[in-house]
Design a protein around this ligand. Structure first.
Ligand code: DP6
Length: 369
């Protein structure tokens, strides 16, 4: 190993999923996850991936294990998943200046939430992999660089999960061929919750990747791109001013438009299930009853109700009572990834700290606060 290559080691990172308020949908370069439009998301707290990476000196194949539960213990990951992880590890090696054959990685990863819940497990998974592999190589990239490293997995949403709070990707001024994320506001700025109504627990039929590829075939895609600058401004302002009504009306409009584009792609892509409409109707009914709940959906059937902390218990209870809802997951804004062996720190969200390191201590979001 050359002098510039750090000493191999081992690190465990925990990184959260995120829910997009303005969606990444359609790419300039899909392989490299260069998006057609900026997206804005809220980083979650409880839905996380926990990933251990060990850098082992010498040549050999990278090993990838899934740790489905404490009882079962780690098992070799399915082929397609292992292939994506190995490709990402290759990109991380290139970033670190590690030559082929100098070291291999051993990776074990687990999610705190069911992968089939339709939550963005690739966002949390690849964010955790970037943080843990970087640390296993003795590196501590800042938040912007970490987002580039996470994006090298091909999952654009992973580029947002490396930062806590409210995140925009690409950040204004980011190089078009190297889009990087930036934090709009730390988690402590606004205690919003995400109450997920799980109406479908099977894997979705059409991947986000296929959806991105088809997006420009929709006659509504070009119009969407025209409407987005104003919508992005409204979401930025709503976050800045903690204006839940402005945020809510804007994210509902945005989510429906994502699915309008998907459903009108050629061939069409339907992510919704009958239960999606039931959950959406329940969210509208809650608003009529005075609860501040607004809905968004990613590329899946499940409905995320975005609510201020005070309304979370009532919204969770109401959603649990909807016939089509199989389970409710309660999450909330979180502070971003952290390395497990790091001593707890105090102070502002690490992602907002002076160095913008993007790796901070564990801090509860969700209903723990
Ligand atoms: C609808 O290409 O990031 O969730 O890698 O499967 O997580 P995965 O998808 P990615 O596309 C995300 C699409 C989206 C919207 C969003 O999160 O911005």
């Amino acid at each position: 190993m050359s002098d510039s290559v750090p000493r191999p080691g081992r690190a465990t990172a925990v990184a959260p999923a995120n829910i997009a308020f303005v969606k990444y949908w359609g790419a300039v370069d899909l392989e490299r996850a260069i998006p057609r439009n900026p997206s804005i998301s809220m980083t979650l707290s409880r839905c996380v991936s926990r990933t251990t990476v060990e850098a082992v000196p010498g040549p050999g194949d990278d090993e990838v294990f899934l740790a489905p539960s404490a009882v079962d213990g780690p098992a070799p990951a399915p082929d397609e998943f292992a292939r994506r992880v190995r490709a990402h590890l290759g990109a991380i090696r290139r970033w670190a200046g590690v030559g082929p054959g100098e070291l291999r990685f051993r990776v074990t990863t687990a999610n705190s939430f069911p992968a089939a819940a339709g939550l963005a497990s690739s966002a949390s998974g690849f964010a955790a992999l970037a943080v843990a592999a970087g640390a296993a190589l003795g590196r501590r990239p800042d938040g912007a660089e970490l987002s580039a490293l996470a994006r090298a997995s091909g999952s654009g949403s992973a580029a947002r999960s490396v930062l806590g709070g409210y995140v925009e990707w690409p950040a204004p001024g980011s190089a078009p061929d190297d889009p990087r994320a930036a934090q709009l506001a730390p988690a402590g700025h606004w205690d919003l919750r995400d109450v997920v109504a799980v109406v479908e627990s099977g894997p979705k039929e059409v991947s986000s990747l296929a959806g991105h590829r088809l997006a420009p075939t929709s006659p509504h895609f070009a119009r969407r791109l025209e409407l987005l600058p104003d919508r992005l401004d409204r979401v930025r302002r709503a976050i800045r001013e903690r204006d839940v009504e402005l945020l809510g009306t804007t994210i509902e409009e945005e989510a429906v438009e994502l699915h309008l584009v998907a459903m009108s792609s050629r061939p069409p892509v339907f992510y919704w299930a009958p239960g999606t409409l039931e959950a959406l109707a329940a969210v509208r009914a809650m608003r009529r009853d005075g609860l501040a709940a607004w809905a968004t959906m990613d590329a899946g059937a499940n409905v995320h109700a975005i609510v201020p902390a005070a309304d979370e218990p009532a919204v969770a209870e109401r959603l649990a009572g909807v016939a089509a809802v199989r389970r409710v997951i309660r999450d909330g804004v979180g502070t971003g990834p952290y390395l497990e062996d790091e001593p707890a720190q105090s102070g502002p969200d690490a992602a907002a700290g002076a160095g913008g390191a993007g790796i901070g201590p564990r801090r509860a979001g969700g209903s723990a606060r």
